[in-house]
Write a protein that binds this ligand. Structure first.
Ligand SMILES: [Zn+2]
Length: 387
């Protein structure tokens, strides 16, 4: 498979010419291609090079794919990355060639004031402008190429690589530690979900399903999953959530009817506007309506409204009900060790959201299918080593 194999240079040998690897490249809106690009190599002593074995297509990739960001043609997609350490920089102390690792979508330094406080989604070293997008392969301001290719350079590798058990077991569970599992969990953390509570999750795509799953892991008594896609609602039901079909009737009224008029204790906006076919403000304001007075909301999804900078939220209603509102991208490293160990011990199997595992060559078709929410598509994992 690999174009490079055993011939790869070591971290101390950089002076040979570029070689090529296959990767998923953004060409223009609604157009990606698998092309040959220069393979990554050690650029700093703290880097490692990872040979990618599983890499997810994320809802956030669609922001780029649909042309709603400033991303330039030619960037390599992919910020949900799992693989085997292939090459180790001279300053890396905790990793060796052959280690199996998963990386957070938002690369962080590990030593700035926010990272030290566990707020790794807001790393000050990698986001000095305060824009929380230190991720790879996502937008024009992302400093690193993505991992939807054969190899990936990981900076600050000792911090960013979370070790996994050796072998190839549970790839479809562990790869979700890069983004969607911790992001769903983060939605519950932002909302403050506690045992015995009721939770409304708007959106039952992969993020919504992970948020609902996380709410159940945290001991919620009842979790409502709102969407209009029958297959996703069916998955939500199988997982133990109560499906709410927003195409049938007003989801707020449906949930109020099922909670004796009370509404829920907590609410999570799992990018519900994408999956429920609504405007972002409509979903947020529905959540404000559905959560009981003095309840709280979590908004962990990356939200790009049609008119950026103008997302109308009924702040008066938020105030009148005394709601708490938590926002922001997930601090993946804060959760990854614990969520990994839930998988290791068999207490969590988030891979149920994965609908397709495909070779890299099928990425263009996969993007097109995910974008139009083709029947049966929830989460796609690309396998660069597959034929
Ligand atoms: Zn940092």
């Amino acid at each position: 498979m690999a174009l490079l194999g055993a011939e790869r240079a070591t971290g101390d040998d950089h002076d040979w010419g570029y070689r090529l690897m296959r990767a998923v490249v953004y060409r223009k809106p609604f157009d990606v291609a698998v092309e040959e690009v220069p393979d990554p190599r050690i650029e700093h002593p703290n880097d490692v090079i990872v040979r990618i074995t599983s890499t997810g297509i994320s809802g956030a990739d669609l922001h780029v794919y649909e042309g709603r960001t400033a991303a330039e043609p030619g960037i390599v997609f992919g910020h949900e990355n799992l693989g085997i350490v292939e090459d180790v920089g001279s300053g890396v102390t905790g990793l060796e060639q052959g280690d199996r690792v998963v990386m957070p979508f938002n690369i962080a330094c590990g030593f700035c004031r926010n990272c030290v406080a566990g707020l790794t989604g807001f790393c000050r070293t990698l986001n000095p402008q305060g824009v929380a997008l230190g991720l790879c392969g996502n937008s024009a301001i992302a400093p690193y190429p993505g991992g939807q290719g054969e190899y990936l350079r990981v900076p600050y590798a000792d911090f960013n690589c979370t070790p996994l058990p050796p072998g190839m077991d549970h790839e479809s569970d562990y790869v979700l530690l890069a983004d969607v599992f911790p992001t769903g969990y983060h939605g519950c953390e932002l909302a403050g979900v506690r045992p015995g509570e009721t939770v409304a999750v708007f959106g039952a795509g992969s993020l919504g399903l992970m948020a609902a799953y996380s709410a159940l892991l945290r001991g919620a008594a009842q979790v409502f999953a709102v969407d209009r896609v029958p297959a996703w609602l069916a998955t939500a039901r199988e997982m133990g959530a109560t499906p709410i079909d927003s195409a049938e009737a007003d989801p707020v009224q449906q949930i109020k009817d099922l909670t004796g008029g009370e509404g829920t204790d907590r609410g999570v906006d799992a990018s519900g506007h994408h999956v429920a076919g609504a405007a972002p403000d409509q979903v947020l304001n529905q959540l404000v309506q559905v959560v009981r007075p003095a309840g709280s909301l979590g908004v962990p999804g990356y939200c790009v409204p049609p008119d950026p900078g103008r997302l109308p939220l009924s702040l008066d209603a938020v105030f009148e009900k005394g709601l708490r509102l938590g926002t922001g991208q997930a601090n993946v490293k804060r959760y990854n060790r614990q969520l990994r160990d839930l998988i290791v011990q068999g207490r969590a199997r988030p891979g149920f959201v994965v609908s397709h595992e495909l070779p890299l060559s099928e990425a263009p078709t996969a993007y097109e299918s995910v974008e139009r929410q083709a029947e049966g598509y929830t989460k796609v994992i690309l396998k660069p080593e597959a034929a």
